[in-house]
Structure formats: structure tokens, C-alpha cells
Design a protein around this ligand. Structure first.
Ligand SMILES: Nc1ncnc2c1ncn2[C@@H]1O[C@H](COP(=O)(O)OP(=O)(O)OP(=O)(O)O)[C@@H](O)[C@H]1O
Ligand SMILES: [Mg+2]
Length: 261
């Protein structure tokens, strides 16, 4: 039995529009995310991928069902408990969310200054170490506007790693990057994960590229989740919407397998 980092148990999330119409984004969704592995959450635009991450972070509340993080029921927690929960996560969202008026060094040092009692010297040592790991040494005095898109993402990753998170959540981390840089960022994620050992959850449109990293895949569609123990498993699915997904996102090679069936 693998260790479970995150579990959704029969989760319902719905939104009610101003005119009273109900939209069920997650309709009794259940899945588990394994510890120390990379789980990719895929699915079309508006299928609830970002909502899923927000539920994990307690930024949104489930309407029904339960959510567990490290075995602890976080469905209804608040206050201090919620703060502690969030501290355990490193988060890298679409934009890198760097502070424009702060240098690379200051951006990366921020969580250490706000959340720890480390001395300036310790902070400097740790920040420079991470920047070196992510091939950003020598750029610490630059401002975000002076960096390329890929560098900005790496600074965002460096900052997210400062508190040694057990889990990293990435929401479309390669948006706006060219294909080469996208590939590089994914290699970097794989290397960093091997080094640090965190549980990784990546929401991405980059199919099939991101599947090279995936141990586990969750595809959200029409309020439901399909869970695959490996990326290879996706192509053998008999479900129509998954076959359609494979056809449109994974292309000919994968498609040929389907044709043989
Ligand atoms: N705060 C909110 N209020 C109302 N509706 C919302 C809210 N947040 C999300 N939704 C709706 O929930 C659905 C899922 O949104 P979500 O952001 O999770 O999509 P997504 O899968 O991340 O899509 P994308 O790939 O475009 O980022 C969308 O239809 C969206 O309009
Ligand atoms: Mg989204």
C-alpha cells in the first residue's frame, strides 16, 4: 500500500451564478495522490484543475465530501491550522508572482524572513545555495523585469522551495514559455524532486510532454475524475472521452495503439 499525501473522498464543488444557475465543477470526485511521486492533473479548460488545487490549499471549501492531507481531515479547518497546512506546501502558479520591486535575492529570501528566525547570514547561505542549484547564481541582484520568462519561473521555484515543503503544487508552470524552455523547466522539476523528495502535483496543458514526468495521472472531465496509475495506462482506456483526449493531445503514436484495439 503506497503512502497517500492527498485524498479526495467523494468531493463535490459547485458554484451558483448570480442568476441562480448551478455549475457542478467536481461531482463526487475521489482520488489519491501518492507521497514522493509526481501526479499530473490534466483536462480541458474549465474542468476544475485550478479549483482542485485551491481545495487542497483551503483557498476554497468543498460543498460535500472530505479532503485529507497526510491523513488529516482538512475539509473544515481554519485559522492557525490552515496556516500550518499551507506552510507545508510550496506553490508555483501560472505567473511566477514575483515582487517586481524586489531583487531576485529578496524575492527568494522572503519566506525565510517572514516564517523563520534564521539570521541574515543563514538566509544568505541558503538562498545562494538554492539559486546556484537552479542555475541562477550571479543574477541575485537583478529585478524580475530583467529576467527571461524561464528565469522568472526558476526564481519562483527557488522561493517556493525555501521552507522545504513536503509537497509542491504547480498550476500551469510553463505558460508563456517556448517549447525548449518548457522542456527545461520540466527537467528541472524532475531533478529538484529527485534531490528534495517532495510530493509533486502538476496541473498542465503540456500533454504529452508533462507525462514524461508523471507517475500518476488524473484527468478531469465533466465533473468526474479518471485516475491512471501510469501515463501508459491512459492510452488503453475504453472510455470515449479519454480516447478523444488521447487523440487530440497525444497524437498519432498513441493513436495507433487505439486503432489496433
Ligand atoms: N470563484 C469562482 N466562482 C465561480 N465560478 C468559478 C470560480 N472559480 C472557478 N469557477 C468555475 O469553475 C470551473 C473550473 O475552473 P478552474 O479554474 O478550476 O478551471 P481549470 O480546469 O483550471 O481551467 P484552465 O485550464 O482554463 O485553467 C470554471 O467553469 C470556472 O468558471
Ligand atoms: Mg486553471
Amino acid at each position: 500500500m503506497m503512502d497517500v499525501a492527498i485524498e479526495f473522498r467523494d468531493v463535490v464543488k459547485l458554484f451558483v451564478s448570480l442568476d441562480g444557475r448551478k455549475q457542478t465543477v467536481l461531482d463526487h470526485v475521489s482520488f489519491t495522490i501518492p507521497v514522493g511521486k509526481t501526479t499530473v492533473i490534466a483536462g480541458g479548460s474549465g474542468q476544475g484543475k485550478s479549483v482542485t488545487l485551491k481545495l487542497v490549499l483551503g483557498l476554497m471549501r468543498a460543498d460535500e465530501g472530505k479532503i485529507f492531507v497526510n491523513g488529516k481531515d482538512i475539509t473544515d479547518i481554519g485559522g492557525r491550522e490552515l496556516e500550518d497546512l499551507r506552510t507545508g506546501f510550496g506553490v508555483l502558479f501560472q505567473g511566477s508572482a514575483l515582487f517586481d520591486s524586489m531583487t531576485v535575492f529578496e524575492n527568494v529570501a522572503l519566506p525565510l524572513r517572514e516564517r523563520t528566525k534564521k539570521t541574515e547570514e543563514e538566509i544568505k547561505k541558503q538562498v545562494i545555495e538554492t539559486l546556484t542549484q537552479l542555475e541562477l547564481a550571479g543574477h541575485e541582484d537583478k529585478y524580475p523585469a530583467q529576467l527571461s520568462g524561464g528565469m522568472q519561473k526558476r526564481v519562483g521555484l527557488a522561493r517556493a522551495l525555501q521552507l522545504n515543503p513536503e509537497m509542491m503544487l504547480f498550476d500551469e508552470p510553463t505558460t508563456g514559455l517556448d517549447p525548449v524552455m518548457t522542456q527545461e523547466i520540466y527537467h528541472l522539476f524532475a531533478r529538484t524532486q529527485a534531490l528534495v523528495g517532495y510530493t509533486s502535483v502538476i496541473v498542465s496543458h503540456d500533454i504529452p510532454k508533462v507525462l514524461n514526468l508523471a507517475d500518476h495521472v488524473i484527468i478531469l472531465n465533466d465533473g468526474k475524475a479518471d485516475v491512471f496509475e501510469s501515463p501508459e495506462e491512459i492510452q488503453w482506456s475504453g472510455k470515449e472521452h479519454i480516447r478523444e483526449f488521447v487523440k487530440t493531445t497525444m497524437g498519432q503514436i498513441y493513436q495507433s495503439h487505439l486503432m489496433e484495439k
